[in-house]
Ligand binder design. Structure first.
Ligand code: ADP
Ligand code: MG
Length: 278
């Protein structure tokens, strides 16, 4: 994305987004107050270690789950308030989604090209099913059933299904996890081209080869956004709505006592270690 490019209105906005999973053994606070905007024409990568909340966040951004608390607006719909039927229509017509288990997005008994035609028709103009297969390197698999495809090929078919028919939002959870470098690059090319055409694209990954190609990189840690980088800008740490600041791990290591003196000098805020008390 060129830095001087005009970016349109946010496709997704969330504020203080919270997701709590409850089970017999207790509660898991998967997301603990996320605020962000997803913009058209931008490929956003959500990175973070396993368990940091990537899948929980992407599932919400794709309007496939409802928040436990906080505000989530996807393509103009308030996800907490919308009916199940409204959300289903929104997902079918306007959102391409690749779940972490990408084979779940594939219709098992339908030839590749036919499922692309079906999904394309739900999105309106039908799109370009053959072109979508080509874009992920599956041009020669059009007549195959998913059972005749490898795990990686099924993952690429799931990406093609997410991209066909010009959705306004594409959300893909670790869409290159099962791919070798060449195919991962091809899928990234297709996702970046989709973003360049004006779609809002959000993917998760913990692969540096992928995160390096992001227009915008959000890092999650324990269910909150710990840092945000856009294009060539310096990485920005995020201050949450109650004023808490997450320091990058390397900076955190400088403060073993977990105490900091905050000084304002001109337009800079400096953090320094408190004087040692004997
Ligand atoms: P990531 O995708 O970064 O690995 P997840 O969003 O899958 O992270 O998980 C975040 C936390 O929420 C983890 O502790 C995970 O065990 C928990 N979690 C995710 N989904 C569920 C669920 N359906 N039920 C209970 N706990 C869940
Ligand atoms: Mg995950």
């Amino acid at each position: 994305m060129a830095t001087d490019e005009v970016v349109g209105e946010a496709v997704v906005t969330c504020e203080d987004l919270v997701k709590v999973f409850r089970s017999a053994t207790g509660e898991t606070h998967a997301l603990r107050g996320i605020g962000l905007e997803v913009l058209p024409g931008v490929l956003t990568v959500v990175a973070g270690p396993s368990g940091s909340g990537k899948s929980s966040l992407l599932t919400l951004l794709g309007a496939r789950d409802r928040p436990s608390a906080g505000q989530l607006t996807v393509l103009g719909s308030d996800v907490a308030a919308a009916s199940t039927r409204q959300l289903r229509t929104l997902r079918r017509r306007r959102i391409g989604f690749v779940p972490q288990r990408s084979s779940e997005a594939v219709f098992p008994h339908v030839r590749a090209i036919d499922q692309l035609r079906q999904v394309g028709s739900w999105r309106g103009d039908g799109g370009d099913p053959a072109g979508a297969l080509e874009a992920v390197g599956l041009g020669d698999r059009a007549g195959h059933l998913p059972s005749a495809l490898s795990g990686g090929e099924q993952q690429r078919l799931a990406v093609a299904l997410a991209l066909v028919g010009s959705p306004q939002l594409v959300v893909a959870d670790e869409p290159t996890a099962e791919l070798d470098h060449a195919n991962a690059d091809k899928v990234m090319d297709a996702l970046l081209a989709t973003a360049a055409a004006g779609c809002a694209v959000v993917i998760s990954s913990h692969d540096d080869r992928i995160t390096h190609r992001a227009d915008r990189l959000l890092r999650l840690r324990h269910g909150v956004v710990s840092s945000e980088t856009s294009g060539q800008q310096a990485t920005a740490a995020v201050i949450d709505s109650t004023g808490r600041l997450q320091l990058p791990p390397a900076v955190l290591d400088l403060f073993p006592s977990r105490r900091v003196v905050v000084e304002t000098v001109g337009d800079e805020v400096r953090l320094r270690r408190p004087e040692e008390t004997p």
